[in-house]
Design a binder for this molecule. Sequence first.
Ligand code: ATP
Ligand code: MG
Length: 232
Amino acid sequence: MAIVKIKGLVKRYPMGGQKFTALDHIDLEFGKGEFCGFVGPSGSGKTTLLNVIGALDAPSEGSTVVLNEHVETLSQKKAAGLRNHHIGFIFQTYNLLPVYSVYENVEFPLLLLKIPKEDRKKKVLDALEWVGLMDKIKSKPAQLSGGQCQRVAVARAIVKRPELVLADEPTANLDSENSYNILEMMVKLNKELETTFIFATHDEKVMKYLRRKVHLVDGKVTKDEIIGKGAQ
Ligand SMILES: Nc1ncnc2c1ncn2[C@@H]1O[C@H](COP(=O)(O)OP(=O)(O)OP(=O)(O)O)[C@@H](O)[C@H]1O
Ligand SMILES: [Mg+2]
């Protein structure tokens, strides 16, 4: 089953009086359970493509179907619904809420979905167990290390059991040991829950884990490389 189906995707940004083409006629498909990513030089369009797939940024042309929704036609409200229900995001800078505890940060996506309290508690504790942070549930982000913050961000991304997780340079602020821990955890989630992961990355450590690398140069796909079983 295709989770993402992209045809003729173009993304242009206004630049001075002209337009800059950040994504140039992209055709791609991603199936359920893929562990894959966009790789390529800075400015090649990795984040832009991830943001279009995540319905955070509207495409200029083409058809982008994510979990059976045409993102190019979605209203802001429908796009938010698609994100809140079905997509988990992990960013380079964690984006945790500083005044909230670890528990509350992970609970946040479930509040948006109006999930009842008892059910929420179970899901939050499950997710924190997954990332090995049960001993930090009352801490605030400022009291955690970078690796622990990123583990909270992973727990927050997966707490609602989304079909799709989009991760933009998730290891950029981590040392190698923490990077490998986070990646191992993601691989485990990918295997056990069949969660589809799409990364945007320059990091060689992440690349070793990817089972498919889509190479981008100047907004174009130059190579779509299937690696087989990767580092597992
Ligand atoms: N909001 C915007 N307005 C104008 N141009 C933009 C905007 N966002 C991105 N761009 C341009 O689109 C191109 C692709 O940017 P993008 O952020 O997708 O690159 P990237 O591959 O993620 O790079 P990096 O590896 O540095 O994160 C860049 O040339 C960038 O300047
Ligand atoms: Mg980027």
